[in-house]
Structure formats: C-alpha cells, structure tokens
Design a binder for this molecule. Structure first.
Ligand SMILES: NC(=O)c1ccc[n+]([C@@H]2O[C@H](COP(=O)([O-])OP(=O)(O)OC[C@H]3O[C@@H](n4cnc5c(N)ncnc54)[C@H](OP(=O)(O)O)[C@@H]3O)[C@@H](O)[C@H]2O)c1
Length: 211
C-alpha cells in the first residue's frame, strides 16, 4: 500500500521512517522538496520524492498532512480536488511557538482541531486525526514497544478512514485505539488529557472509560 506524506519536518519524517520500516511505500513532498529528498535518501527504496504536493497523491491510498496548523488550510485548498478517494490523516496540533519557545493555542478552548480541519476539507472527505499525539522523539522510541505495543489514539467519524488509519498505526508499530468522533480530537492535542501518553491497550481503554 502507498501513503503520501506531505511535510518532512519533525513529525513527518518520524512518521515516514516508521511507516517505511513497516513495509509501506511512500510518496514524499515538502515546501521546497529539499527536506523530502534528504528523507527519501535516508529511507531508501520505500520512498520516492514527488514533484509537488498534488503529485504526492498519485496512486496513494492515504495522505498524511504533517504540516503546521497555520499552513494546513492552504495546502488542503491546493489539492482538495484530489482527496476524494484517500484517507486523510492529520497529526497537526493547533498551536504555535513564539520566539521565546512559548506554546500558544490557535483555536478557542471549546473548538477541537479535528472539527476545524473537517471544515477545511471537501464534503465527504475521509478524515482521521492521528499520529500527532506524541512528540516525534517519543513516537519513534515507543514504536514496537515490547512486550506490549504502545497505543496510538485516533479520532474519526468515518469507518473507512478508521480502518485505514488502524492499518497505518499497526504498520508504524503501535496498537490503535479510537477515542471517538472527530470532535474528540481535542483529547489528543497538546493540552488534552491523552496527549503524549505511552500506555498499553488496557490502560488506554480504562482512560477512555474514565472520561
Ligand atoms: N514535531 C513534533 O514533535 C510533533 C509531534 C506531534 C505533532 N506535531 C504537529 O505536527 C505539525 C507539524 O510539526 P513539525 O514539527 O513536523 O513541523 P516542521 O518541522 O516545521 O515541519 C513542517 C513541514 O511542513 C513542510 N511544509 C511547509 N509548507 C508546506 C507546503 N506549502 N507544502 C508542503 N510542505 C510544506 C515543511 O517543508 P520544508 O521542510 O521544505 O520546509 C516541513 O517539512 C504541527 O502542527 C505540530 O504541532 C509535531
């Protein structure tokens, strides 16, 4: 199976490395494609560099938008007409960093990133919010945890997107657990009660039950 990864920065490169090591074929793109080329060279045969964001989608079953929240809407607009048959997976957190490194939220407290991203996508898009629930370092070091794989939580309203994101989460070396519909993505974001947790399935389910 093939996944497009648009954005090869901190989280995009970590996701790409883990998917490739699980056997996924990748089509990579980034703003000027320099980082995508470096990432493809590091990954080897499983990754090809696309000509641009639209070209990354050619033949892909899913697309991961590994982009900062502030550029996500523009990139979605650019390629919206090519998303119809893909699972759309978004790890972006609705935060920004100032020059001093302080994190601030870009959305009102009551609004989840998943609801906002769903509004940017064409009607009928198969969106899942996933792969942004841990820091990139923690994500890479927690993959294929032994003896029990660590959980990656996801949120979606779409059953087919759910199936595809579960496949990709397993490919990356994690156990998938659905937290709920897209509005539940606020639990996964920076500041959410499930953000940056490394837990097994049983503990994950008890955390969900206790919400
Ligand atoms: N880093 C983490 O630990 C982490 C963990 C969980 C979630 N997240 C979330 O994931 C999102 C991305 O974070 P990040 O740390 O990976 O950001 P980042 O390191 O700044 O990487 C952003 C990537 O987006 C690419 N990009 C920018 N504009 C583009 C465009 N128009 N078309 C295609 N690609 C474009 C950049 O391309 P170039 O490389 O060519 O400049 C870069 O590869 C954020 O919302 C963040 O909150 C990050």
């Amino acid at each position: 199976m093939t996944t497009a990864v648009i954005g090869s920065g901190g989280i995009g490169s970590a996701i790409a490395r883990k998917l490739a090591s699980g056997g996924e074929s990748l089509r990579l793109a980034s703003a000027d494609n320099k980082s995508a080329r470096m990432l493809a060279a590091q990954i080897g045969r499983a990754a090809v560099v696309a000509a641009d964001n639209r070209d990354a989608l050619r033949g892909a079953d899913a697309v991961v938008f590994a982009l900062r929240f502030t550029v996500l809407e523009g990139v979605i607009d650019e390629i919206a007409d090519s998303l119809a048959d893909k699972a759309v997976i978004v790890p972006s957190n609705p935060v920004t960093l100032d020059a001093q490194g302080h994190v601030s939220r870009l959305l009102p407290k009551e609004q989840s990133s998943g609801e906002v991203v769903a509004g940017w996508l064409p009607a009928g898009s198969r969106l899942a919010m996933a792969f942004g629930t841990m820091s990139a370092d923690r994500f890479e070091s927690s993959s294929h945890r032994s003896p029990e794989e660590a959980v990656l939580f996801y949120a979606t309203d779409d059953d087919r997107a759910g199936e595809e994101v579960e496949r990709l989460i397993r490919t990356a070396g994690f156990e998938p657990v659905k937290v709920g519909g897209i509005e539940a993505s606020s639990r996964l974001e920076v500041g959410g009660d499930l953000h940056d947790l490394v837990v097994g399935r049983e503990e994950a389910l008890s955390l969900l039950g206790g919400a």
